[in-house]
Design a protein around this ligand. Structure first.
Ligand code: MGD
Ligand code: MGD
Ligand code: SF4
Ligand code: MO
Length: 683
């Protein structure tokens, strides 16, 4: 018997935690954290610990599947790929290359190989249409920060004296950040403020503001009102390094804490206190959650507000504030598009900010392109590393769109709900079954760190690495010259140009830093905004017809905006708080994780539950104007009365059947996953 320990990292989510993988006779038996990893320092979450059960899950795909006589049947790679090539060629002949779209999910955003090969393939095939979860996640905050700072700084909480967890619960979504904050609280070296309709566990030790969902802009504007009128801003920074302060001063006068009290359900006194603590602590750091602020009809402006709060208090590019790191110097393996993807011209800031082109189209417009042929018909799609039939809003319409295509292929290690309706399913191996490159900077935290991730086990069954699937499909379409690679090492070499970083990574199995965080950059260089300074007032937004300074917009569905709807649906639904057992729609098949979190639970305040005839543990029907689902109730005093929090990613009770796409942020096309009016009743 031989047990080997391999050093690698977990690529199930953005953290890329260092791992020690114990392998017995070629089989993964145990995974532990890697204490020597300088960023993750031995941390892994329950999903990381469960990796052996995940890779050997009975529901792994082990052979390609092809739909024959209505049913998906196992076939050889040759048969599956030949079929794909034939169909794709047909569609190209009939409708042009742009009638094919590639759809890439969250794993793809975080995994360089998965995303890059999807992009390279669509370029080689000749379609501009790459759709991505970045159409509903994260890109909006990047844009908001670029519009303000010319670059994308991220939170640097380690040195902060005041942290605001704003629409974010790190215990589910970013476990390591939760640990860091707890350590800092124990040492007494930070204040903690939590802005969340739920009293999350970290809120027990914090100044908690249980805000009405969707009213964060009102809070942010009122905080600015206090900070400016009480002279708590950083005068030196504002005078020397920003533009638009005079306009901001005038603009925020209307947004008093007393006004915000009515809108947010938060006492004016608390708003004032929190503004003072945040401005005076120095350095201060807002840790912004993603869903509830960006995924809103006013999402980009919400994110802009947080940038402005960081800026006027002098917390940009300082240790403990927001800071940017260098970009990893990788070869660009994407191919140039001949035209813009669909939707680009309707969302010009999202698609092309100052010549920085987004590499993808507008995914929320996908059902319209397929079902109505607008702006032109999409007839084929290859979905990789995504499960949009469950994960996207207006799930029913997305499903209808996918089902009505002339050709749908899915590349995934598992038979997802999206794969179940495909013509062809191509089994990808997981990250543990291939070598690759992993790096984290820019996604979640400011550590510019990379690793050549080593292969831990051989691919399960007849699954293949993503690069190989795209390359073999490319070869069958006569596009082989774009895919000259034959193994994992050649692919890593293609990303890493010869040079210092490549040598360092090859010499260090644990990985290496590729640069340092960039503090005080504004002092000796112009920022990459048109003015060269921090833009509190955005002329770019104004030129495009949007508000140059963030304003408050009442949620699209609300007691004030839609009183009739409110009469039928008197509660506010928020969705998608993360659980540490699961990534979105994944891992429900892993027994140890499922035992720990067996079913979706709707969280409701006990008084609200009683009002609607529900008790802890009872089954409820949750209904919105879009549909209904059934789910058990968990009553908790942690939830603000009148608010219902529902997890996402459960196919048997899919909250995205309740969420629609009527409400787009006009700048980013992001849907609204929160602030949906709902009712609850015993099921
Ligand atoms: N375990 C796990 N981790 C993950 C993921 C996963 O699927 N599983 N997904 C990753 C991805 S892709 C993403 S985008 C991130 C998401 O990361 P985040 O968006 O930060 O998600 P959470 O922190 O879980 O949830 C958001 C919190 O906001 C609160 N909230 C809801 N509505 C509002 C509102 O209107 N205002 C305010 N102030 N608060 C509100 C909710 O109560 C909840 O506690 O997580 C990442 N991390
Ligand atoms: N209501 C509501 N809906 C939401 C959210 C919410 O908060 N509320 N959050 C949204 C957000 S922020 C996001 S990012 C999306 C996520 O949406 P998706 O990306 O669609 O969700 P996942 O379930 O993570 O799908 C990833 C798929 O990749 C597969 N996979 C894993 N490893 C590999 C690999 O190496 N190669 C390939 N080819 N496939 C692999 C997994 O098996 C899984 O099927 O969900 C969104 N949906
Ligand atoms: S799933 Fe868990 S162990 Fe894996 S990278 Fe994410 S946080 Fe780390
Ligand atoms: Mo996301």
């Amino acid at each position: 018997m031989s047990i080997e320990t391999k050093i690698s990292d977990c690529m199930l989510c953005v953290w890329d935690c260092g791992i020690k993988a114990h392998v017995e006779n070629g089989r993964l038996i145990k995974v532990e954290g890697l204490p020597e990893h300088p960023v993750t320092k031995g941390y892994i979450c329950p999903r990381g610990e469960a990796l052996p059960d995940y890779v050997y899950s009975a529901s792994r795909l082990t052979k390609p599947l092809l739909r024959e006589k209505g049913r998906l049947q196992k076939v050889s790679w040759d048969v599956a790929l030949e079929y794909c090539a034939e169909k794709l060629n047909d569609i190209k002949k009939k409708h042009g290359a742009r009638a094919m779209a590639v759809f890439c999910g969250s794993v793809g955003v975080e995994n360089t190989e998965v995303a890059t090969f999807a992009r390279r393939f669509k370029g080689a095939f000749g379609t501009p249409n790459l759709l991505s979860v970045e159409n509903i996640c994260y890109r909006a905050r990047i844009l908001a920060r670029q519009l303000t700072f010319g670059r994308y700084p991220v939170d640097d909480p380690e040195y902060a004296r005041c942290i605001i967890l704003w629409a974010h619960n790190p215990d589910g979504a970013r476990g390591m950040v939760g640990e860091l904050i707890r350590k800092k609280l124990e040492k007494g070296d930070t204040e903690l403020i939590v802005v969340n309709p739920k009293r999350i566990s970290l809120a027990e030790k914090a100044y908690h503001l249980p805000i009405r969902p969707g009213t964060d802009a009102a809070l942010g504007l009122a905080m600015l009102n206090v900070i400016i009128n009480e002279d708590l801003y950083d005068k030196d920074f504002v005078d020397n390094f920003t533009v638009g302060f005079a306009e901001l001063v005038e603009h925020v006068q209307q947004y008093t804490p007393e006004w915000a009290q009515e809108v947010t359900w938060l006492p004016a006194a608390d708003i004032k206190n929190v503004a003072r603590i945040f401005a005076q602590a120095k350095p201060s750091c807002i840790i912004q959650g993603i869903n509830s602020l960006d995924q809103h009809r006013n999402g980009l402006q919400n994110s802009r507000l947080l940038s402005i709060l960081q800026a006027v208090t002098g917390n940009f590019a300082v240790p403990g504030g927001w800071v940017e790191g260098p970009r990893i110097p990788l070869a660009n393996l994407s191919l140039k598009d001949q035209e813009d993807p669909f939707g680009a011209k309707d969302y010009p800031i999202f698609s092309n900010l100052w010549g920085r082109k987004a590499p993808y189209g507008i995914a929320p417009l996908f059902p319209q392109a397929v079902l109505e042929g607008k702006p032109y018909p999409i007839r084929a799609c290859i979905v990789t590393a995504a499960n949009p039939v469950v994960s996207f809003p207006a799930a029913q319409r997305f499903k209808e769109a996918f089902a009505s295509l002339d050709f749908l292929a899915v590349i995934d290690p598992f038979l997802t709900e999206t794969a179940e309706i495909a013509d062809v399913v191509l089994p990808a191996c997981t990250f543990l079954e291939k070598g690759g490159l992993s790096y984290v900077y820019g996604i979640v935290h400011g550590e510019p760190y990379a690793m050549i991730h080593s292969k831990v086990i051989e691919p399960v069954g007849d699954s293949w690495p993503d690069w190989k699937i795209w390359s073999e499909l490319g070869r069958r379409l006569g596009l082989g010259k774009y895919f000259p690679w034959h193994n994992d090492e050649e692919v890593v070499d293609a990303f890493l140009q010869p040079g210092e970083l490549k040598d360092k990574l090859k010499a260090n199995p644990i990985g290496a830093y590729f640069g340092e965080k960039q503090y005080y950059i504004y002092k000796n260089q112009k920022l990459r905004t048109p003015s060269g300074k921090v833009e509190l007032y955005s002329q770019t937004l104004k030129d495009h017809g949007y508000d140059p300074l963030p304003v408050y917009l009442e949620p699209a569905q609300s007691p004030l905006n839609t009183p009739e709807l409110y009469h039928r649906f008197p509660l506010i639904l928020i969705s998608g708080e993360r659980a540490q057992e699961y990534t979105h729609t994944q891992q429900r098949q892993v027994p140890v994780l499922r035992n720990s979190n067996p079913e979706p639970l709707a969280e409701i305040h006990p008084v609200t539950a009683t009002q609607y005839g529900l008790m802890d543990g009872s089954m409820a029907q949750i209904e919105t104007k879009n549909g209904k689902i059934k789910m058990r109730v968990r009553t908790t005093k942690k939830m603000t009365p009148g608010v219902v929090s529902v997890p996402h990613g459960w196919s048997n009770a899919n909250v995205n059947l309740l969420v629609d796409m009527d409400v787009f942020d006009p700048i980013t096309a992001y849907p609204d996953f929160n602030t949906v009016l709902c009712s609850v009743a015993p099921a």
